[in-house]
Design a protein around this ligand. Sequence first.
Ligand SMILES: Cc1ncc(COP(=O)(O)O)c(C=O)c1O
Length: 441
Amino acid sequence: MPFSTEKSKRIYERTLGVLIEASSSSSRGPANFGKYPIFMERARGARIYDVDGNEYIDWMMAFGALPLGHAHPEIVEAITEAATTGAHFATATPVELEVAEMLQRIVPNAERVRFANTGTEAMMAAIRLARGVTGRPKLLKFEGHYHGWHDDLLVSSNVLPPSALGLRSDPIKIPDSSGLNRTALEDTIVVTWNDLPALQRAIENHPGQIAAIITEGIMANMGVIPPAEGYLRGLQELAKSNGILFILDETVTGFRIAPGGCQEFYKLSPDLVTFGKALGCGLPVAALVGRADVMDALKWGGVLHYGTHNGSRIGMHAARANLRVLTRDNNASFRHTWRIAERLCVGYRELFKKKGRAVVVQNVGPMFQLMFTDQPTIRDYRDFCQFVDRAAFQKFVLSLFPFGVYASPSAALHSIVTLAHTDQDVDLTLEASGLALDSNN
Ligand SMILES: Cc1ncc(COP(=O)(O)O)c(C=O)c1O
């Protein structure tokens, strides 16, 4: 049967006049998916099925929220049990303590733990805490880093023409959205990433004013860009020596790069760390963890952090089962995802070479992205804006769908290897990619 997404198209037409861009987040709609998105109906393991009955190997995995793949039996069992005995109480619960204790064991700096629902919320709490504890107003973030859709850090994280960015030594602050609080970005300093002298200058320009430096451990919202050797430790030292808190955003990298995230992998000791995505394995669970003396300022009368759904019982059941599976057999799941990713990335490099296509495959362990570029490597946001052909990437990904492979068509995002992906999925994906390249690229 020829590949058809007719039902998706009809559902999309029904959404017009009801939903904005067909879903509840602009990144899921036509801006990324062309004429209309594919409507998915069910999933299991590494496979996802659309409303027309097409089957795909899923490398998007809910933007990284499914480290075990879809419908893992232990997650299904855990959330079923919670659903039948009370999904949420908004009281203190023993399971919340259990998950917090697990985080203390797994994450090096987790002296204290506070749960939230999304990466955005955890980061909002982290920056309020940093401002409260230090008594300083300013936040320092990096070009091309995304930390959620709240006002304070929503700047210079969209892909833009290089001519709009200003000088590396003094980036122009470009808000990512209309409707921000008029003064929201006044206290936000934007610096180029992977550049310690630039960071040092920015700190010197605002003595005693900066509450926190906020960074992703690996850039995950401009494809995949690793930190330069020693960069994050240099950043940590600069923060420490200037009385600035170091907030590591592990929303993407947490429970993915290593059990303790980038913190463990790059041997860091951040003051605060935020988690989201992978923690709940499909349920909205996020966490803020960190130094006891900083985190304790969240006590009543200090820095306010509320949330009806924080630490939901069903989410905590999912997180507990998830962390058990991820760390089982001496963290075997991490060895699996790194090995599968390595095979896939090597295979992709060979394939693009054979087909004469200029594509750089960048990955750190199970996070990878195909950068359509004639450059040997993409090192930062400015490289990405200038040298990555996003339209070519989008065309390639959309042409994979008829061959049964699904990924995000946004070049600025990335793909994810999970515990559910197999060697066979790698072989099928490479074969499909070859066919897709031959078909219309
Ligand atoms: C690095 C990073 N931080 C924070 C967030 C926000 O997380 P959420 O979408 O759960 O609010 C994201 C989302 O993609 C992210 O990539």
